[in-house]
Design a protein around this ligand. Structure first.
Ligand code: ZN
Ligand code: ZN
Length: 362
């Protein structure tokens, strides 16, 4: 990494970079979540519509009529039961009265007092009323039991109708399942159609800019997108497929890590560093911060890694070489050679004039 060594920054800067990288990743994850949620809110198939297509309208109407009749009957039964209760209460009262009258009569007979005419009349009317009540009570009982019979019949009919409707609902449920699966696939496809290109861009940027100072930015972008893609894939595709995707991803990552370590052993870090420094010097860019090395005829020009080969350098070769420090990061780029006292590359191993070697620290 070019940012190693001098341009590492204070710990608070490094901490801030890590923190904001994380925050950025979370924000990007959030934004991607908005896209995905918007797609997810696309309405799927409606079960009611499909059900209506398959259902026999008469059957449904019949069930509704039956339901209404059952409800009516239930209400009527409740009314009748209430009436029966009232009649029963009144019967009990009458019974008490009659019992009392009988007691009185017994007492009268013991004391040889005759039962008066009014008393006799009262007794008779109470008794008649009581008998009437009993009859009414029996009638109500019959009506209620008839009603209960009718209600049970209706309930059976309704159950049959419901079974019929349920049977008819099977193709509707099948169609709904098929349509729902299709809808889910469509949603997954749309979400991935947005996420995968973003992921591809992120991957390309991360690979291309892995030595850029803005790498954390791209890393946050890539990581957030990758996690979102993983979640979407996991949500929509059965683990049957997901495990292949997962193992594929892991294979790639592990292979890359392996390659990285093999290369680190094959080419020690210093060698890598020297290679990076050399490439930067070739492009007249500071090896640490990529700021252009503006010396000699290039003093008044500006270029980047991409434009370095396109700019026209004015022919002014007569300018002597001089010591040079990167004005941007303060790294020493050209310095005096201790052995020949000419100007040499400070970050390359050998002096271009006398070949004196210098240790390059990783
Ligand atoms: Zn620099
Ligand atoms: Zn030298």
């Amino acid at each position: 990494m070019k940012t190693e060594g001098k341009s590492k920054g204070t710990w608070i800067h490094r901490f801030a970079i890590r923190l904001f990288t994380l925050v950025l990743a979370v924000l990007i994850f959030w934004v991607l979540g908005f896209f995905v949620d918007d797609i997810r809110s696309v309405r799927g198939p409606s079960y009611d519509t499909i059900e209506k297509k398959y259902q026999d309208k008469d059957l449904v109407a019949n069930r509704m009529a039956l339901e209404k009749q059952i409800a009516d009957l239930t209400r009527q039964i409740e009314n009748q039961t209430e009436q029966q209760r009232v009649v029963g209460d009144s019967s009990r009262n009458l019974q008490q009265t009659i019992n009392q009258l009988i007691e009185l009569r017994k007492l009268g007979m013991q004391k040889s007092i005759a039962f008066s005419e009014t008393e006799q009349a009262n007794f008779t009317s109470s008794l008649n009323l009581f008998l009437d009540n009993q009859q009414k009570y029996q009638e109500l009982s019959r009506t209620i039991s008839d009603m209960i019979d009718r209600k049970q019949g209706l309930v059976r009919e309704k159950e049959q109708a419901e079974q019929e409707i349920k049977k008819q609902g099977q193709p509707a449920r099948d169609e709904f399942d098929t349509l729902s699966r299709k809808h889910r696939l469509k949603l997954a496809f749309l979400q991935l159609a947005i996420l995968l290109p973003i992921l591809a861009v992120a991957a390309v940027v991360i690979i291309k800019k892995r030595s850029s100072i803005y790498f954390p930015l791209f890393l946050a972008f890539g990581a957030a997108t990758l996690i979102k893609v993983g979640l979407v894939v996991h949500e929509y595709f059965p683990s049957k497929y997901f495990k292949y995707i997962l193992i594929g991803g892991l294979l790639i990552v592990v292979a890359r890590l392996l390659i990285y370590f093999i290369r680190t052993i094959a080419f020690p870090k210093t060698q890598w560093l020297v290679k990076q420094y050399r490439e930067a010097y070739e492009r007249f860019l500071c090896p640490v911060c990529e700021y252009p090395i503006r010396i000699g005829p290039r003093r008044f020009l500006f270029w980047t890694r991409r434009t370095v080969n396109k700019i026209v350098v004015p022919g002014d070769g007569g300018v002597p070489e001089e010591n040079y420090t990167c004005p941007s990061c303060g790294c020493n780029l050209f310095e005096e050679c201790p052995s020949c006292h000419q100007v040499r590359h400070a970050m390359l191993p050998n002096c271009s004039h006398c070949g004196a070697e210098k240790e390059i620290n990783a």
